[in-house]
Design a protein around this ligand. Structure first.
Ligand code: X8Z
Ligand code: ZN
Length: 653
């Protein structure tokens, strides 16, 4: 997702553009600055807030359609709506310049700052270039959503979409090295045609950034953190330095396990082969559980098996109902329909469970419109962007998620993640439009994940998803490993994507080196490498949603630090005493109150202040991550003793 600048950004979802509101309704032309030449700064901000709220509805609706019905027509509508929104945003930014140097109230000053910095795609002043930019953005996003690997180009029946490919990769226990490689390489064919469009997109976006007074788009993205862009970059380096020793232990343990299983093929010069982590991008290694589980036979943590069982029980019940109503067995077609009804019921039940967690903290139930309008499962009759997102459609209660939920652990935790965005939207929906955003974008990403950290074995057991937890050191290590495979593996990935994009935007990575630079960064940060040559005939960055979707990514790195800080504070608020990793603040109204108070602030003040109110500190700090994983870290160190760790870093990065 991309939740975010609600107004400035098509919130969430996928927008290529951080949009700010679009044209006036009623057929009038866009209001120009000259009509409002006598406005004070306060009046200007009040008008912008009002217009954004009104205009936002149209561009978001177009965006929603273009992602839930990918076709040429919906793409025209989405690009046009984004174009109008960006024209308007550019006008606001121009108009706001007349208040430069004036004495302003803190709220007005902050609003003007957010107006300028809350843009994801900066609009070029050249109208043709702006139109081209929005068209390319929509096209890239749609290409990713519709992406399929067709082993036999002449036979559409052989095509596999991302969901099918992910299912192959997820089954690390049963799929062979070659099967995994084929699936991984297959998905990376979808982005080959994006390369030229992406290159042009970068040129146009940079033109917009320069027109808005920034050196390039990357600098604009780094400017949204209430500190100097260079300081922000240094801050991310500092945080990575804090947690890298933990990651290195996990990387070493994983690599050696892969070598045990696959022999020489289990590593590439000390690095993990990119197709062997159970994940297309090596950002979450949960699917390597069968290989990496520390202690077999200690209480099972197989959430996926439990969810699949629930889904199958629903299917069986629906078949029985069908037979009772019709007096005969379902036909093949009926069975497909019944299967889909079971999928939908299961998906909604999973969302209900996540909702219950939030409600247990004192937050509201989701509105009826959510249940009517969200996309829960993948439609059968059209292409959609399956990548999960959460949407504040109207800034006034019509909140939705868009997912292709499957009965598995990944979907399950992603639902909790998406509802974090949704509850943020609901908490700040009464605020002025310009403040309807996260304290920073990392906060938005961290809300639901903080709750995922509260999914202890006890919590999962209370839902009937895992066995009754046993109390032992083995159980602790197993549980820590389960969390680390999702959270620790992610850390360097969260950093490297924008290290690549910042380089692309500032020109230090040239189009002719796009792929090389990508793999150099993956080697440097993650210690992963492709098993086969990935020359410049490929465009592997485009196979990761957020590149064609143009969603800044450092937010997720921040979130993976922040969520542990939030979790620690909410555990404290709930009165929990004990080792951090054992805490769940489920059913704690005290924690809920603290959390809700933070959410309601939105972007109305610098994030450091919001952070202080929740955690007592203004600093991002990786020490909560280290505190949480302390038992696992020493266990890994023991396991890795005498083993070969480390990898040969690429030259020149
Ligand atoms: O994109 C997402 C969410 C939507 S904001 C599903 N995430 C990142 C990803 O999938 O790459 C969540 C974790 C990282
Ligand atoms: Zn998100």
């Amino acid at each position: 997702m991309k939740p975010q600048r609600a107004l400035l950004a098509l919130a969430v979802a996928a927008s290529l553009i951080a949009v700010a509101g679009c044209n006036q309704s009623g057929g009038g032309t866009a209001t120009t600055g000259s009509d409002h030449a006598n406005e004070t700064a306060d009046q200007f901000v009040a008008r912008v807030n009002k217009e954004m709220r009104a205009d936002y509805i149209e561009s978001t609706a177009a965006q929603w359609l273009s992602e839930t019905y990918i076709n040429d027509d919906s793409q025209v509508l989405a690009s046009k709506a984004n174009e109008r929104a960006l024209v308007k945003l550019g006008e606001y930014v121009e108009e706001a310049k007349r208040f430069d140097g004036q004495q302003l109230s803190p709220d007005t000053a902050r609003s003007l700052q957010l107006l300028r910095l809350g843009i994801t795609v900066p609009p070029p002043k050249n109208a043709e270039h702006l139109a081209e930019l929005t068209q390319l953005g929509t096209k890239l996003n749609g290409e990713y959503g519709a992406g399929k690997f067709c082993p036999d180009a002449n036979n559409p029946a052989t095509c596999q979409d991302i969901g099918q490919i992910e299912d192959v990769l997820a089954d690390t226990a049963h799929k062979s090295y070659d099967e995994q490689l084929r699936a991984w390489e297959g998905w990376h064919t979808i982005s080959v045609p994006m390369r030229q469009d992406y290159r042009r997109f970068v040129e146009l976006s940079n033109e917009g950034a320069r027109d808005q007074g920034f050196a390039n788009t990357g600098e604009l993205w780094r400017s949204g953190y209430d500190m100097k862009p260079a300081d922000f970059q240094a801050e991310t380096d500092r945080l990575w330095g804090q947690v890298k020793p933990l990651y290195d232990q996990l990387q070493c343990y994983t690599k050696n396990k892969l070598v045990e299983k696959y022999g020489e093929q289990g590593e590439v010069r000390g690095m993990i082969p990119a197709h062997l982590t159970g994940n297309l991008w090596q950002q979450d290694w949960s699917n390597l559980w069968p290989l990496l589980q520390p202690y077999d036979g200690v209480a099972k943590l197989d959430i996926t098996a439990a969810l699949q069982k629930q889904r199958n029980e629903k299917y069986v019940a629906l078949v029985a109902e069908f037979i009772k109503a019709n007096g005969h067995d379902p036909s093949a077609n009926d069975s497909i329909e019944i299967g889909r009804a079971a999928d939908l019921a299961q998906a909604k039940a999973m969302v209900r469970e996540a909702e219950s967690f939030y409600v247990s903290l004192g937050m509201p139930k989701l509105p009826d419109s959510f249940w009517d309008k969200a996309q829960f499962i993948q439609p059968r009759d059209r292409d959609v962007v399956c990548h999960a997102s959460a949407w504040p459609m109207t800034m006034d209660g019509d909140v939705r998620i868009k997912m292709c939920i499957k009965p598995d652990e990944d979907s399950y935790t992603t639902i909790y993640h998406e509802l974090g965005h949704v509850y943020y939207y609901l908490a700040y929906q009464k605020s002025p439009a310009l403040f309807q955003n996260g304290a920073n974008d990392g906060f938005h990403e961290a809300i639901g994940d903080t709750i995922v950290l509260s999914m202890t074995p006890e919590y999962l057991n209370s839902l009937g998803l895992v066995d009754k937890p046993t109390v032992s050191n083995e159980a602790v290590i197993n549980d820590q490993m389960r969390m680390a495979l999702a959270k620790v593996s992610f850390l360097p990935f969260g950093l490297m994507i924008d290290r690549w994009r910042w380089g692309v935007f500032d020109g230090s990575i040239k189009p002719e080196n796009y792929n090389q630079a990508w793999w150099d960064l993956k080697a440097k940060y993650q210690g992963v490498a492709p098993a086969t040559a990935r020359g410049e005939n490929f465009f592997d960055p485009g196979a990761k949603y957020h590149v064609p979707g143009n969603t800044p990514y450092t937010r997720y790195f921040l979130s993976h630090i922040l969520q542990f800080q939030f979790y620690k504070s909410l555990c404290d608020a709930s009165g929990f005493k004990g080792p951090l990793y054992q805490c769940s603040f489920f059913k704690s109204p005290e924690a809920g109150q603290r959390y809700s108070a933070m959410l309601a602030k939105g972007a109305s003040q610098p994030w450091q202040q919001t952070m202080k109110e929740l955690t007592g500190s203004e600093q991002l700090d990786g020490s909560a991550v280290l505190e949480y994983f302390a038992p696992l870290k020493s266990w890994l160190e023991t396991q890795n003793k005498g083993k070969t760790c480390g990898w040969e870093p690429p030259k020149g990065v």
